[in-house]
Design a protein around this ligand. Structure first.
Ligand code: ADP
Ligand code: ZN
Ligand code: ZN
Length: 747
């Protein structure tokens, strides 16, 4: 029972890190919880104010005699902010970091900046009429007018500044076209609607038997007030999205709201349109390209009851719906659901917690569920629902595995195997399309033998060693290092080294080999500006190119009916990442990539190139045998005590001074050792300190300590102890300390 409460007076105007401390009167100590609204005297005149409790503590930060006392708990209707603040408290407890970091994550904060109203240029003709007009302008060589009109046909409305600056229009051209009744210049409405005016058609799918059963099961539980977490495993193209939409419609009809989480890169026009067709203006989206103001506006619309459905990446989870009924997480296995900034929460776990607080259901959907989620489903923590059939019973594509070691033996040193080249040639002749997929951008850290496929691994941790700048090989789990071998310890070949394969390089090779084919490349570099991504996709969809080369981005839920060949150029790149998720990620990526082939009328084929053709992740992905993969993988995790069986915590210490970074890590390690010597924390394994995966960032040296334990709550205890220790000791003044539970990408 805490004695002091930190409160914030007002969410929209005070900075969140400006909390005020109050004494909690005895009679309230039991009852008071984070998120509650209280009455507190504030300011010089002790003005009666309503405040939110953001933190409870036993340590006063100020002279106790000068602390004011909380007057009472506000009863009556509970604002949605209370729930979100409580969620922030949960996040802070479970993932570490400060309360203001957690609050900043869950609460939409209005920026102080006075955003001026934006002017927009809006097309007022129908698309058909506009296209006719465009042809007319072009004929008459009114190039400026034609340029503006085709700009508006691409995006409507356009910000006034874009029209004048990017499209180089003068005010008189705009005015002239306004007078012709082609466009209108208008002031932004109070709340910006990112979907603009999409066309809405009411097309309704009739669910098949499997889909119907899934919907009915969840709806039956829901309507009886049983809110569970469901894992919906459905092969690609089995109609999961249709299930989400149907369910959400029922939930919305019962007066409650829905959040749909989608990985940012899968948040495509196609997906949004499907939701828009059902929910019209009652649906909105969030994405990282929106300004803070725009995001804030969407949250306001949600809070004011103008929306029923919010779609977006991780952060959409914090949409302030006051009567939330259901949370969907599509592609739940995706890495991007784990936050890589503080607090390092996992959206799946946070969603389940938010749903618990709100009394809502959670549906996790994937063709290749994370090993974690499937494990929970096996344990009965989640309800497993499965869609086994593809819509229209389209067969899964045929899948070849190419052994790259064999290619080398045959004298083919190209990244394109003979088999792949042969199939590509066929496709280009037949005017069908091809996707080539490289699991990663640029250089991977691991070292392997191109003759026998041997990968240099840590003998203690069974993960790949990473090549560091100094040329040495290092394990990111235990700090073990070794020299770079000159020849393969397995077969003696000299073809051993780092694995390099970038999208750009591949593009060159492909263009050289197929000079007449149209080639598009999609990676971080070509999609950096605002519309790069959509442009490449729509250009490929319109068959302006035969071959699309890309990273992870291209395997996400796009429908290209004319793609009949998918090549996975080097499955090894994800297999040998420097942590234990390699096989899981590889299985997922191959399955997703394969799901891109043969989505139209023509059957598809997939070529997987690899130096490890016998690896279970690759063999089972070829067979599309998820269950067998899961069983193999979970027994391996059991053996190694890796999550979800055992748990891990990484602690980072970073400082501009390397010695300080090491010493603080040592100091904290000692603190834990002392506890262990007293017989506490039994079963705990501590490894390190050693260099972090990225040993130096922006002049900060980074050291890590690893903790492993069966029991997640023990790791939380360790975080609490260390966090307090850091807060109380001046030695850590110039040191950043961060925690990461069950890390996905690591520090
Ligand atoms: P998933 O999300 O499992 O990959 P989708 O929901 O995107 O699958 O469905 C794949 C395709 O099948 C989409 O084009 C969708 O419109 C269509 N579809 C889904 N359910 C049905 C159905 N019951 N009847 C006809 N077509 C359907
Ligand atoms: Zn070898
Ligand atoms: Zn190791």
């Amino acid at each position: 029972m805490a004695k002091y409460a930190n409160v914030i007076i007002d969410i929209s105007h005070e900075k969140l890190d400006k909390a005020f401390q109050y004494k909690i009167p005895q009679e309230l100590q039991q009852e008071l919880a984070v998120g509650m609204q209280v009455e507190a005297p504030f300011g010089n005149g002790d003005r009666k104010s309503t405040a939110y409790v953001v933190e409870l503590t036993d340590t006063p930060e100020y002279d106790v005699s000068r602390l004011k006392e909380i007057k009472g708990i506000v009863t009556g209707s509970i604002p949605i902010e209370s729930q979100l603040i409580a969620l922030a408290g949960w996040m802070r407890r479970n993932y570490g970091g400060t309360m203001s970091q957690a609050l900043g994550t869950v609460l939409p904060v209005k920026q102080k900046s006075t955003e001026k109203k934006q002017r927009l240029v809006r097309l007022v003709l129908s698309r058909k009429k506009a296209a006719e007009q465009l042809a007319l302008f072009e004929k008459k060589r009114h190039t400026a007018r034609a340029r503006l009109l085709s700009g508006l046909l691409e995006q409507n409305p356009l910000p006034y500044e874009v029209v004048t600056k990017k499209l180089n229009m003068t005010a008189s051209v705009i005015r002239a076209m306004e007078e012709m009744g082609i466009l209108a210049v208008e002031e932004q409405r109070a709340y910006r609607n990112p979907l603009g005016e999409m066309k809405r058609e009411r097309k309704r799918l009739v669910l098949n038997e499997e889909q119907r059963q899934a919907v009915e099961r969840i709806w039956k539980d829901f309507s009886q007030g049983n809110y569970y977490t469901y894992l919906l495993r459905g092969v690609t193209g089995s109609g999961k999205t249709a299930v989400y939409i149907e369910l959400i419609e029922q939930v919305v009809r019962s007066g409650r709201q829905a959040i749909v989480l989608i990985p940012e890169i899968a948040l495509t026009y196609q997906t949004v349109v499907r939701f828009y067709q059902r929910f019209g203006e009652r649906v909105s989206i969030l994405n990282s390209k929106m300004s803070k103001g725009e995001r804030y506006d969407q949250f306001e619309r949600a809070k004011n009851g103008e929306l029923d459905v919010m779609i977006g990446p991780r952060s959409a989870l914090f949409t302030p719906f006051s009567n939330l009924g259901i949370i969907m997480i599509d592609e739940e296995h995706e890495n991007s659901y784990k936050s890589e900034t503080l607090p390092r929460y996992h959206a799946r776990e946070a969603a389940i917690e938010r749903a618990r607080m709100a009394g809502a259901s959670v549906v996790l959907g994937s063709a290749t569920p994370s090993v974690d989620s499937f494990y929970h489903a096996q344990k009965g923590n989640y309800v497993l629902l499965e869609l086994e059939k593809r819509i229209e019973e389209k067969p899964l594509p045929r899948c070849y595995i190419v052994d790259l070691r064999e290619e080398l033996r045959q004298g083919n040193r190209s990244i394109l195997s003979d088999k792949l080249q042969e199939l590509m040639e066929q496709r280009i002749k037949a005017r069908q399309q091809i996707m080539l997929f490289i699991n990663r951008r640029g250089i991977a850290g691991f070292v392997s033998c191109r003759a026998c496929g041997h990968v240099m691994k840590c003998s203690h941790c069974d993960v790949s060693l990473s090549q560091h700048n100094n040329g040495r090989l290092m394990c990111h789990y235990c700090g073990y290092t070794s020299n770079m071998p000159k020849e393969c310890p397995e077969c003696g070949s000299k073809y051993i080294g780092g694995f390099k394969a970038g999208t750009q390089k591949i593009e060159e090779i492909v263009k050289k080999r197929f000079p007449d084919a149209g080639v598009l490349r999609m990676d971080f570099d070509t999609t950096r500006n605002k519309d790069g991504y959509e442009k490449i996709l729509s250009s490929f969809a319109n068959h302006e190119a035969d071959i699309l080369i890309g990273t992870q981005m291209i395997v996400k839920g796009h429908d290209f009916p004319n793609v009949t060949l998918v090549g996975v150029l080097a499955a090894d790149l994800s297999l040998h990442v420097s942590d234990f998720h390699g096989p899981e990620r590889t299985f997922q990526l191959i399955t997703q990539a394969a799901g891109r082939a043969g989505r139209g009328k023509l059957p598809g084929e997939v070529v997987i190139q690899t130096y490890s053709p016998d690896h279970y992740a690759i063999e089972l992905a070829q067979k599309q045998d998820y269950k067998k993969f899961y069983e193999t993988e979970i027994s391996y995790r059991e053996l190694m005590q890796y999550p979800p069986i055992g748990h891990m915590l990484t602690m980072l210490t970073a400082s501009k001074d390397e010695l300080t970074a090491i010493l603080s890590s040592e100091l904290l390690a000692n603190k834990i050792r002392q506890a262990q010597e007293k017989g506490k924390l039994s079963g705990l394994k501590m490894i390190g300190p050693s260099d972090a995966g990225i040993a130096k960032v922006k002049d900060f040296y980074r050291k890590v300590l690893y903790f492993k334990h069966q029991d997640y709550s023990v790791l939380i205890q360790i975080k609490d102890v260390l966090e307090q220790f850091v807060n109380r000791h001046r030695e850590f003044q110039n040191v950043t300390v961060q925690f990461d539970f069950d890390p996905m990408n690591g520090f």
